[in-house]
Design a protein around this ligand. Sequence first.
Ligand SMILES: [Zn+2]
Length: 161
Amino acid sequence: MTELADVTELRVPLQVIIDGYEFMRSAGRMRLEGMVLWAGNQRDTIFTVTELIVPKQKGLSTADGVCAIVDANELARLNMHLYRNSLELVAQVHTHPTEAYHSSTDDEYAIATTIGCFSIVVPNFAVINYALAQCAVYRLNVGAKWMEVDESQAPNRIVVI
Ligand SMILES: [Zn+2]
C-alpha cells in the first residue's frame, strides 16, 4: 500500500490552505488564475500534506479565459525539490474567474499527474476562503481520467487538520 491511488484520506493543515488562498487571491486581484501545490508523505492509506508549494508561474489572460502556466524549467526545479526533500506531490489547487470545474485545459496540462492525485478548482478567484465543499474536487483515476469526487468521504476524503 504505497501508491497514491491507495490513499483514502488526505490530511491538510489549515495553514497550507490559508496560505494557498492568500497567494491565489493576490493573483485574482490582477484577474489572473493562480495555482499552488500540496506536497507531503503517504503512510499506508493516509497522506499528510506538510508543504505548500507556490511554483513560479505566469498568469495569462486570453480571449478564451485565463490560465496559470508553469514552464519546463520550473517543473524540473520543482521535481528536484520534491526529490531532495523526500516529498511527494499529492494535489494541485487553482482558481477560476467564476465557476469551479476541471476544464479540458486543466485535464491536459495538469502538473500533478500521478494516478491518485487530487486537483481542486476554486471559484471566483478565491475571493474568500471557500470551504472544500464549495470547490470542485477531482481525482486522477486508474484510467488516467480526472473524475469529480466527494471529498467529504472515503476513499477521497480530505480532512483539514
Ligand atoms: Zn482551470
